[in-house]
Design a protein around this ligand. Sequence first.
Ligand SMILES: NC(=O)c1ccc[n+]([C@@H]2O[C@H](COP(=O)([O-])OP(=O)(O)OC[C@H]3O[C@@H](n4cnc5c(N)ncnc54)[C@H](OP(=O)(O)O)[C@@H]3O)[C@@H](O)[C@H]2O)c1
Length: 309
Amino acid sequence: MMKIIVTGSLGNISKPLTELLVAQGHSVTVISSNPEKKAVIAQLGATPAIGSITDTPFLTETFKGADALYVMIPLSFTEPDLGAYMRRAAGSYIQALSEAKVKRVVVLSGWAADLVKAENVEHLFDRLDTSLTIMRPASFYTNFYQSIDLIKGKGLMGKLLTLRYNGLWALLTGKTGLLMGNYGGDDRIVFVSPIDIANAVAEELLLLPEKKTIRYVGSEEMTCNEAAQIIGTAVGKPWLRWVLLTDEEMLRGLKMAKVPEKLAKTLVEMQAATHSGKTMENFHRANPKMGKVKLRDFAKEFAKVYHQK
Ligand SMILES: NC(=O)c1ccc[n+]([C@@H]2O[C@H](COP(=O)([O-])OP(=O)(O)OC[C@H]3O[C@@H](n4cnc5c(N)ncnc54)[C@H](OP(=O)(O)O)[C@@H]3O)[C@@H](O)[C@H]2O)c1
C-alpha cells in the first residue's frame, strides 16, 4: 500500500485515477481548490486536501510522507499569460516537492509540449532529485463537450457559423451544427480517453525508474471528419463535419469569445502544430500501445450529456 497524492481534483483524469488507486488499496489524498468537493472526494474513499496548487506551503504540508505524486497544472482561461502561470505553478510544485522529498513523481504534459516552447514546463521538473515520468497524452475525447453549442447550432453565433461554413444547404435543410478548429477536416489525429490516461498514470505511479521517462498516451487514431461522424451519429446528426479554419480565423474566433490574447495565440499555435502533422510524427515515433476506450464508447457518454444540456 502506497500513500499517493492526486492533483486535479475530480477532473477528467483525476477522478478515474483516484477510483482506480483506491480500488487497488492505496491511501489517496486528492487536492481540490473547492471546499464543496470535500464530501464527494471522501465518498470515493480518498482524503480531501483543500487548497491551491500555487500555494507552496500548502503543497509542502500535503506532500509530506507521500510515496508518489500525480502532478497536473489545470489550464486557466483567465490568466492573461499562460506561460507565466504555468512556470509559477510548476515552480510551486518543484519547491514543495524538494522540501517534502517525494520519491516518485508523474507529471501530466501534452503531446504538443516540445512544439510549443513558451508554455512547456516539463524540463523544469528535471532539477528534482526524484524518479520522474512525463505523460504526453494526445487530444482528449472530453474536448468535444466544449463544442456542444456549436454542434447544436445553438445561439446566433452557432447559426451564423453553420451558415458560413455549410452554406445555404444548412438553412434549407435545417441540418445545423458543426465542429471547427485550426486543425480539422481530413487531418489525422490521435484522440485519447482520460480513462486510458488514468490507467497509464496509475501504472506509472507504482514504478520507480532511475532515469526520466516520457510516455505518450492515445486511444484511437482517425481523421477529424471521421471523429465528427461518430460524434454526430451518436447525437442524431450524422452529417456533422469538422471545419478546418485558418489560424487567423481561429484567432479571431477566440478573441470574439473573449479568450485573453496571449492565451488565444498559444491555443492557435498548439492546434497549428497538430494541423502540420508534427505532433503526429512525435507520437508515431514513440509508438505507444493504444488504450482500450474507443471514440464510439465515449460517444455514448457524450450523447447523454448532449441531450441533457
Ligand atoms: N484537452 C486536451 O486535449 C489535452 C491534451 C493534452 C494535455 N492536456 C492537459 O490536461 C490538463 C487537464 O486535465 P483534466 O482534463 O484531467 O483536468 P480538468 O478536468 O480540467 O480538472 C482540473 C481540476 O483542477 C482543479 N483546479 C483548478 N485550479 C486549481 C488550483 N489553483 N488549485 C488546485 N486545484 C485546481 C479544478 O477542480 P476544483 O474546482 O475542485 O479545484 C479542476 O476541475 C490540462 O492541464 C492540459 O494541459 C489536455
